[in-house]
Design a protein around this ligand. Structure first.
Ligand code: ADP
Ligand code: MG
Length: 603
């Protein structure tokens, strides 16, 4: 018998390899743009025709190649980026396999023009199906231009598998976006069939995001920055109120290389949990910088997965970073009145209002307590939270709708008296209905109040400012050893909320004081609930603990459905809701209100 194994000719081997590396025009776009980045270019221009099917051209002003390198670059495993095995553990370049150009040349007609700064002229090489057809000297600027024509000209099966031009163009734009996002210091353009699609000027990441997704992103973004020993996280998240119903802008990068990572995505989703409605998705543009030795370098050129040495650590840091960004955004505007002009703007925009809103100037008597002369029977345990909390009016939301503009000079007392016809209607002792300019707003009293309390508790936890009410007859809270030690862990935070607890013996605490909102409620049951939730959501992240605690307290102490409210109570609830940072969503992710636009119903 004869031996039957043969070594395949390079052109065939390259064509097979191309099947993996170059699946569609967008893959060639990615490889050529990454090469231009690796060459240190400061300006990269991409031109495509027919969604890349008839032509892809990438022009860069990078380091260029010598005549010999220009020929060599089309060989398989020809790379200038690594030379020995150890180099694999310190890769900082986008490419390193030396496969891309060999693959592209195997399945297309490629023209390369390249010139180094130190050379007088450039060299032009034409390579078709892995065969060099032409090599000449050409005058040109320093840099490199790759032109790829008739992709898959010799692989009809591939060509026929391509999708519609629109679909292929979407893939190209996606690759372009991924490459350009993490290199804002570099100028990029994209031209398709003679039309300029993008013109991205050098700048910072925020400007790059705006260049790619629209200048309205300016106000949508929250900066994220977290540095730990082996991990650094940098970038932006989209504010919760701008979360999209479709999986929108979700961009993770590791050392500026785009990746998809379900587990890390979960870290972000989780961090946003109580801020974003269940059917919406968070947006983010985040780069995770790690030592290249801490990730598995064996990244397939077309794959976007990456393995971390310690993915749990990255998860925790990412989660904390996003929480911190959200927390800062949600807390500071409430405290800083200068910022509340913005707050009103955001609110107005969220409500679909076109023009910026002025802050109505309504003097409010901070000492006025609407309950002093109240006589209607009601549940008393939450009334404390109805004291006007704001020293300055954040804005009477009804005025935002152009309603009752006769009010600005009146105090709350006069307002109450002036209101002879009923403005607030309670339905089923669970919903508050009140008119707005365009129709009616229906508010879920339980969800609205839990949002109000949630933000209040977060603020108190942050500022250590919870008001306390002394218990005349302190109750004892008896726990098992485990729970007692958990409770001890939480003591500082509980004290910030207004609890005064004293350990009587290893397993018993005396409840000497409770948060002022909680007066009249069962403090023992409340603390047991807090402990339970703490056990379920146990975490070492401080901000997480605060969010969990604020959530539990808000859920426990919010006004329940089936509770009768007076008109003044309803008014206060509504005013406080719209003074919240995220008024529209309860901590559990549900909507707090809906607006019934009358024009939609009576046509
Ligand atoms: P890799 O990027 O993995 O090294 P490629 O096949 O993409 O492999 O490129 C092969 C080599 O060709 C690169 O290592 C680089 O030296 C050279 N090269 C490719 N594109 C450019 C460019 N735009 N400017 C300068 N050199 C380039
Ligand atoms: Mg490459």
């Amino acid at each position: 018998m004869l031996d039957i194994i043969k070594l395949l000719p390079d052109s065939v081997a390259n064509q097979i390899a191309a099947g993996e590396v170059i699946q569609r025009p967008a893959s060639a776009v990615k490889e050529l743009m990454e090469n231009a980045l690796d060459a240190g270019a400061t300006q990269i221009d991409l031109v495509v025709k027919d969604a890349g099917k008839s032509m892809i051209m990438v022009v860069d002003n990078g380091c260029g190649m010598s005549e010999t390198d220009a020929r060599l670059c089309f060989e398989r495993h020809a790379t200038s980026k690594i030379s020995k095995a150890e180099d694999l553990f310190s890769i900082r370049t986008m490419g390193f396999r030396g496969e891309a150009l060999a693959s592209i040349a195997a399945i297309a007609q490629v023209e390369l023009k390249t010139r180094r700064k130190e050379d007088e002229v450039g060299v032009k090489i034409v390579n078709e199906g892995s065969v060099v057809k032409e090599q000449t000297l050409v005058p040109m600027q320093p840099g490199t231009t790759f032109t790829v024509k008739n992709l898959f000209f010799n692989v009809p099966a591939r060509r026929n598998f391509l999708k519609s031009p629109q679909a292929e163009m979407r893939h190209i734009i996606e690759e372009f976006t991924r490459v350009t996002l993490m290199h804002p210091e570099i100028g990029f353009t994209l031209n398709s069939d003679g039309k300029e699609v993008y013109h991205l000027y050098p700048g910072n990441l925020k400007q790059r995001i705006m260049g790619l997704f629209g200048s309205n992103y300016e106000e949508k973004l929250l900066p994220v920055r977290q540095e730990a020993e082996r991990v650094r996280i940098d970038g932006y998240i989209v504010k919760a109120e701008y979360a999209k119903k479709t999986r929108g802008e979700q961009y993770f990068f590791v050392n500026k290389r785009f990746i998809k990572h379900a587990y890390l995505h979960h870290a972000i989703e989780n961090a946003f949990m109580e801020m974003i409605p269940k059917d919406s998705f968070p947006g983010y543009f985040l780069n995770i910088e790690v030592d290249p030795a801490d990730i598995d370098i064996n990244i397939h050129p077309t794959k976007t997965e990456v393995n971390f040495l310690d993915v749990k650590l990255v998860y925790a840091i990412l989660h904390a970073a996003v929480r911190k960004a959200i927390g800062q955004h949600n807390l500071s505007p409430m405290i800083d009145f200068d910022e509340s002009a913005d707050l009103n703007n955001d609110f107005g925009k969220a409500m679909g209002m076109a023009s910026p809103l002025a802050i109505p100037n309504i003097p409010i008597d901070p000492n006025f307590n609407p309950f002093r002369k109240e006589s209607a029977p009601r549940e008393s345990h939450w009334e404390g939270s109805y004291q006007p909390q704001r020293k300055e009016p954040v804005g009477d939301w009804r005025l935002l709708y152009g309603e009752r503009t006769d009010l600005p000079s009146e105090t709350l007392v006069q307002k109450e008296e002036a209101k002879s016809n009923c403005q607030y209607l309670q339905v089923n002792q669970s919903y508050i209905v009140t008119p707005v300019k365009s129709g009616l707003i229906v508010i879920d009293q339980n969800l609205a109040h839990s949002r109000i309390l949630f933000e209040k508790y977060l603020k108190e936890l942050e500022n250590h400012s919870g008001a306390s009410q002394q218990e005349l007859f302190p109750q004892a809270l008896s726990l098992n050893v485990n729970d007692a030690s958990l409770l001890k862990e939480m003591l500082p935070e509980l004290e910030n909320l207004g609890f005064v607890l004293e350990q009587a013996n290893p397993t018993t605490f005396m409840i000497n004081g409770t948060p002022s909102d909680a007066s009249g409620c069962d403090a023992v049951a409340l603390l047991e609930q807090v402990l339970d939730n703490y056990k379920i959501n146990r975490t070492d992240l401080q901000l997480d603990r605060k969010l969990n605690l604020a959530k539990t307290m808000a859920a426990q102490l919010s006004i329940k459905a089936q509770t009768r409210l007076s008109e003044m109570e309803m008014q206060n609830l509504v005013d406080q809701l719209f003074a919240c940072n995220v008024a529209e969503i309860a901590p559990n992710g549900k909507k707090t209100y809906v607006i019934l636009n009358m024009e939609d119903y009576f046509k």
